[in-house]
Unconditional design. Structure first.
Ligand SMILES: NC(=O)c1ccc[n+]([C@@H]2O[C@H](COP(=O)([O-])OP(=O)(O)OC[C@H]3O[C@@H](n4cnc5c(N)ncnc54)[C@H](O)[C@@H]3O)[C@@H](O)[C@H]2O)c1
Length: 322
């Protein structure tokens, strides 16, 4: 197949491109490199089935560049839309960040599909669309959905726009609602944050929040496996799936202790006083993945195992950064 991946130079996008190429597909990667890096695509770029075009999807004046690149490949079968702002606190500081990179990038990606006659759209959504449900489980058909971050709000608005496009030019849309995803090349997230803090200030690890926050974590290998499984197995017009590890998650305190033990044994951990790390942080959630389990997907790594593996990968990644 011929496939477009937006956000291709990012953490998950670059891993997805590699996997799609290994499966024998032709891939056009799109990214504006605001957070992603061409280095992450080195192995993809060595594959003749891969092309890359640098385009800011939030800028309608640049869309023709993506269109031209796609038209040179031929009929596009699928568009995977992963480009977004991935820094939730940045979106709290300025509402424009998520408006541009999370929502307008979705509108542009939909426009690409319409103009290219591509009828299958796969979207990287998030548990952030549910807001803070306390101890109530986050289920695909929960509602009303009241996100507590601009990031979550613009992901939810994106889902709405994709749903509307299903009435006009999309045959199938996939809404993959991710939990926290870990692995390399890490561009953000708790593990990278802790490892970098310990590198900058050896001996002390300052934690945002009181450490009681507890969330599920999925390794990027499992995430990609789940998305490919869903896209091959579920065939409704609108396919909404929570993707997660199906466990209680891991507390921030445990993660801090794990990072100190691996990266800088003996360092002191300094906690904040609030149970949230930042405005828009959902401190604890129950992620219901029974729908995905019923479809037949089984994860390989628990939250704890995913964090352990990703931590080792990130320590190696950071050791090579000067
Ligand atoms: N990593 C997670 O834990 C997680 C959790 C839930 C959802 N997601 C979603 O998964 C997707 C991928 O996340 P990631 O962790 O790989 O983040 P990432 O920041 O590494 O990747 C996002 C990519 O999008 C690109 N991008 C941003 N704005 C763009 C624009 N206007 N035009 C073109 N490219 C643009 C960035 O340069 C970056 O390469 C995102 O949509 C994110 O919201 C990630």
């Amino acid at each position: 197949m011929k496939i477009i991946v937006t956000g291709a130079a990012g953490f998950i996008g670059s891993q997805l491109c590699s996997k799609l190429l290994v499966m024998g597909h032709q891939v056009l990667g799109i990214d504006n490199l605001c957070r992603g890096r061409l280095d992450y695509l080195l192995s993809c770029r060595a594959n003749e089935g891969f092309q890359f075009v640098e385009v800011d999807l939030a800028d309608p004046n640049q869309l023709h560049l993506a269109l031209q690149a796609a038209q040179s490949i031929g009929q596009i079968d699928q568009l995977w839309h992963l480009a977004a702002n991935s820094d939730i606190p940045a979106g709290v500081t300025s509402v424009k960040v998520d408006l541009r990179d999370t929502f307008l990038s979705t509108i542009s990606s939909l426009e690409l599909c319409e103009q290219l006659g591509c009828r299958k759209f796969l979207f990287a959504s998030s548990s952030a669309i549910y807001g803070d449900l306390g101890t109530d489980p986050m289920m695909e058909h929960a509602g009303p959905l009241l996100p507590i971050s601009n990031y979550g709000a613009m992901k939810l608005a994106s889902e709405a726009a994709i749903s509307a496009a299903c009435e006009k030019y999309l045959d199938h849309a996939y809404f993959f609602r991710f939990p926290n995803v870990v692995g390399v090349p890490a561009t953000h997230g708790v593990l990278l944050d802790f490892v970098r803090k310990l590198k900058q200030t050896p001996g002390i690890l300052s934690v945002l929040g009181d450490g009681t926050q507890c969330k599920p974590y999925l390794h990027v290998c499992d995430l990609i496996d789940a998305m490919l499984f869903i896209s091959a197995t579920a065939n409704d017009r609108r396919n909404i799936f929570n993707i997660g590890p199906d466990d209680e998650g891991v507390s921030v305190q445990s993660i801090a202790e794990m990072v100190v033990a691996e990266a800088s044994p003996g360092s002191k951990i300094k906690y904040g006083s609030d149970n949230k790390g930042w405005i828009g942080d959902v401190p604890k959630f129950q992620y219901d993945i029974s729908k995905l389990r019923r479809l037949g997907w089984v994860r390989r790594l628990s939250s704890h195992a995913a964090l352990t593996r990703a931590l080792r990968e990130i320590i190696i990644q950071e050791a090579s950064v000067l």
